[in-house]
Design a protein around this ligand. Sequence first.
Ligand code: OSB
Ligand code: MG
Length: 368
Amino acid sequence: MNIKSVTLSIIKMPLKHSFTTHLGTVTEREAIILEVKDSNGISGFGEGVAFSSPWYTEETVQTSYHVLKEFLIPLLKQKGLAHPEAAHVLFGSVRRNHMAKAALETALWDLQAKNEGVPLSSLIGGNKEVIPAGVVVGNPDVPAALQQIEKYLEQGFKRVKVKISPKDDYRYISEIRRHFPDLPLMADANSAYSLEDLARLQALDEFGLLMIEQPLGFDDIIDHAKLQGKIKTPICLDESIVTFEDARKAIELGSCGVINIKIGRVGGLGEAKRIHDYCLSKGIPVWAGGMIEFGVSRAHNIALASMPGFTIPGDISGSDRYWEEDIIEPEIFVKNGMVKVPERPGIGFELNRKRMKEVTVFEERFVF
Ligand code: OSB
Ligand code: MG
């Protein structure tokens, strides 16, 4: 790869509807859009998915920016890179900071695919033409949640995920189940419970949830194994799996039956692929998680979800789920509950430069 420049743009956009978990409410989204340019004049795009504050993981927009500017971009400039597969080793001298690494690494994957003239999905071994769309409802108010679910089902979404906490779980899920008895439904707790809540979690077994996501500690795989032995609903891990080794250990311990893979959380597409391959070999289904992201990250998620082990609809919705106008063209849309995997080279979407101008709050270019 012959990189000539890297451009970092911090963008900011309000959400169409606020998104609530027990950890807080998101009403506005900041992110870093990263563009790498090579000597062929080709551009690759990545998105830094850290939030403005460290509520989901320890990273923020500002920490990612700092790590990219002071460490990752200089490493790439000084040492160069033969293939995006090697980025994991190149960035190995920087501990964690996975979302910062993934922002740059995913842009390199897009660039590589474009140089080879193939869709990113094909380059990483994807074999699907369309993928099923799933949607997340982040609204603790029952009537509002029911109304949203109704609307999403009309749009054809294949699976609905809701956010739960011990404050109001049984009533919340039972109301949804009463209105939608056959809905493929799952619940994400974002670590709202502890083992002391065992009875509450066992009570949810009766609702036939597809899975319960990250009920216990954000960094735990031990208590999750204990819990999985005592509840029927499969546990899906999100926050706890930040490396391939975490996935291997969680599966060996029996901490989960399903894994949610997020490219940003695990530090890049290469690591996401390794986790996918391992889970496929162990019969553990995976799905692509969401980060309330813009189109660039959504496009990378679509490529990821085209791989054979992604057998469950992920948190993949269209551009219009959160945004009045996305930063890519064409926008991503859901048709009959499915999203098309692009056939054009790379991520298959262009950056909408006009929209980028409207939402960019800071920009800096690093020339190699
Ligand atoms: O826990 O999966 C999560 C969004 C932001 C941070 C964490 C999570 C989420 C979601 C996905 O639930 C929402 C989406 O992108 O549609
Ligand atoms: Mg989650």
